[in-house]
Ligand binder design. Sequence first.
Ligand SMILES: O=C(O)CCC(=O)C(=O)O
Ligand SMILES: [Fe+2]
Length: 404
Amino acid sequence: MCILRRGIPPLRRSITKCISNLSTTAQAAIDAKQPNLNPNTAPPFPPLPPSTIPNPGNSMPPGFNASVANLPIFTLPSRVTPSSRSDAALGKALVDAWRRDGIIQIAMDRGQRQLWADAQAASRAFFRRPHREKAACVDDRSYAGYIASGEEITDGVADYSEVFTVTKDLGAEDPRVRAGWPCHGPCPWPVGGMKDVMAAFKGRMGEEGEKLLSLAELGLGGWLASYAGTSGRGIGSHTDYGLLVIAAQDEVGGLFIRRPNQDEKFANWEKSAAGLNEDDENWVYVPPVEGVHTVILGDMMQYLTHDYLKATPHKVGLNTRERFSIAYFHEPNFQAVIKPLERVGGGIGQPVVNGVEGIHYGTHFTNMFLRSYPDRITTHRILAEDRCDLLKKPELRMTGAIPA
Ligand SMILES: O=C(O)CCC(=O)C(=O)O
Ligand SMILES: [Fe+2]
């Protein structure tokens, strides 16, 4: 999924969201049979230079009092090779950085910069359109399309941001759409070139997500990517639902995160983490840095790793100018039943309890959208037609080994 978002003070910030998770028949579940993970013995990755933007805290929205992050910028290899010592060291450095900072920065390559610029231009052009045209971009079978300011709800409070969400674009003839699977349907694109731009962007971000999962796998000492199955305020405090969120914001700024803290216990799939600690002092402002993606972790990464890697609580503050951001959500397959890994972090994580039922990702995903968009036509249709009942059907739940 990709999310394009715009925020115009005092009312909006805008985001384009890209979500990757909807099911493809070739993709399967996250299986319980992971190997035990061994401590990573690779040498530490060399220290990276800190980011060098002048006075990074200057872009912090007014009314916030937070420390300002100064994060290293990592560069990813063009391909991840499991036997490579430097890739193993990089993976370990990424895992350590997520555990320390809750967020990492990745330098965009030239192609990604171009795609980001194209997606930003398409997003700005879309959000400039008259309300009537934007409001027509909805479909009652999927959550793709336009979300007006105030329509998104976090912890019972409306978010003042405009959103365009991109999910897998499935036509009316697709068997899953015909069968009425929740959240499966067409993407109601606006006229113009946005569809092609976002398809290219989403494809490239999907590769990046897979690369990051491979590196995380190396950093955790074994397993992961093959199980993931690719496939009046700003925005209130929340965690995102899937594995990874790769995002980029423009120069205006507004993103805050919380560093992982063992004393903070939350499990968004059991009890909503939305609104958690919204107003306390432990927020870290993440200033915009040109030419980087940030990557935070989602609920399923936390569940898979028994909190060894925690979902990153984050929120967006209203700034004095409109802000645009794009987020790509790298998610498990809709049909995946996710089971926690046996061991993570060289055995530091808790061993899995045998027989654990696991989380059906499609159910978690649908629940999160029902909660965030209670008044959307898609929500009304899911409820009116009892579509959530389908989520219990075996064909919507895939367990067992991943096909080669
Ligand atoms: O705009 C951002 O930087 C983040 C947006 C966000 O958290 C979301 O869409 O889930
Ligand atoms: Fe988010």
